[in-house]
Design a protein. Structure first.
Length: 124
């Protein structure tokens, strides 16, 4: 079981990561978001920042669908994310090893080439 502390630890261990001030967590590389807290929205209510759910950049629709269909206990989406290469991850359902893999992959897809070259070999 993972949580927001593990997301923070993993994200901040990657090169060139900046944490944006947020009610939860929000990490960027090269000014591009790669993992953040899920801003849950319900009609007629204020949004609620869910630190038990991470939004991850996944690259493309094919990867998104593979994750959603292949591991529905871990991943979900909402209509607000239709057309976006993003999935929501239930942190309580993922172990820290898999979380590290997912966050690192999201970082790798968003990092500009000159910054991505600084990823240590052990994390590639």
């Amino acid at each position: 079981m993972a949580g927001s502390d593990e997301v923070r630890r993993i994200a901040l261990a990657l090169p060139h990561v900046v944490e944006i001030e947020s009610d939860g967590f929000d990490f960027r590389v090269g000014d591009k978001g790669f993992v953040w807290s899920y801003p849950e929205r319900s009609p007629g209510r204020r949004r609620v920042i869910r630190t038990d759910i991470a939004v991850l950049f996944v690259g493309d629709e094919a990867e998104k669908q593979a994750l959603l269909l292949g591991e529905p206990a871990l991943f979900f989406t909402t209509p607000a994310y239709d057309g976006w290469p993003l999935v929501m991850l239930r942190l309580e359902a993922v172990d820290t090893g898999r979380l590290a893999e997912l966050v690192t992959d999201a970082w790798r897809m968003r990092a500009p080439a000159d910054l991505a070259a600084d990823l240590p070999d052990a994390a590639r």
